[in-house]
Design a protein around this ligand. Structure first.
Ligand SMILES: [Zn+2]
Length: 257
């Protein structure tokens, strides 16, 4: 059966760029069609019917017509506009980072039900005011899982021995997780991981997100886990996310009193 010429889907905008005088090309994530590129024709004209709705940080319902290069957006309805997310710069910068990770993880036109649901949930949490750093760590951990690269934090990745609280842990993302103190492991390219950070990594794998939101944690441990997960995602996706520079800049800016 040939694919229908017109189709309707839920979608979230991952990225976009302007094309020509008034058009815009959007990268969308959808549950059943996965990642796809679509064009919003005339979208940058003030009178455009589509313009105001085809925005990131919202769950949209879009009608698309198959096109030669890009599918063409013919109608848009906003399902959920996560407006509170946009009001806080750190939440918005985090939302861009999560979208970029999704974009890099997906091949075009492969169904992405789990990843779509994960991004959607993360945006709901940011919108509800959950700490953006914790939303990002929770998302990174589950994204790594979806990619088949769940970090190993229970056993040594070299000798498979259960890690014991009293030992020294080395975090080695290219090997997939933690190396115990008995194994030689590479001398370079590792970071020592505290027991508290190891416990927090386990919590991100095991606890539901509401329990994670309620944890009382020291900022130092959160920073340690942030840095560990960034290193891990850099290896998993084979490069740094571009949006991290912006996120770091936002966080370095003092908040208005
Ligand atoms: Zn070992």
């Amino acid at each position: 059966m040939p694919a229908p010429r017109r189709y309707v889907t839920d979608a979230i905008v991952l990225s976009r760029f302007d094309l020509g005088e008034a058009d815009r090309v959007l990268t969308l994530i959808t549950p059943e069609h996965g990642k796809l590129k679509a064009i919003g024709k005339g979208i940058r004209r003030p009178a455009s019917r589509l313009g105001g709705s085809l925005e990131p940080f919202a769950e949209l319902n879009v009608a698309l017509a198959r096109g030669r290069t890009f599918d063409v957006v013919t109608e848009v309805r906003v399902g959920h506009a996560w407006l509170a997310l946009r009001d806080r710069l750190e939440s918005a910068a985090t939302a861009w980072y999560l979208a970029e990770l999704a974009d890099r993880s997906l091949e075009e036109r492969h169904a992405a039900y789990e990843l779509y649901a994960l991004l959607r949930r993360a945006y709901e949490l940011l919108n509800a005011g959950m700490d953006p750093g914790r939303v990002a760590r929770w998302y990174e951990m589950h994204l790594a899982d979806e990619l088949g690269q769940r970090p190993e934090v229970d056993r040594c990745v070299e000798c498979d021995r259960m890690l014991e609280p009293s030992e020294r842990f080395r975090w080695i993302p290219p090997l997939g997780g933690v190396v115990c103190q008995r194994c030689p492991g590479p001398a370079a390219d590792h970071t020592d991981l505290s027991l508290e950070a190891l416990k927090l990594l386990k919590a991100y794998q095991r606890l539901d997100v509401e329990a994670i939101a309620a944890l009382r944690l020291s900022p130092a441990v959160e920073r340690e886990v942030e840095s560990a997960m960034r290193d891990f995602m850099r290896v998993a996706l084979e490069r740094d996310a571009r949006s991290l520079a912006f996120l770091d800049e936002v966080r370095a800016t003092p908040r208005p009193a």
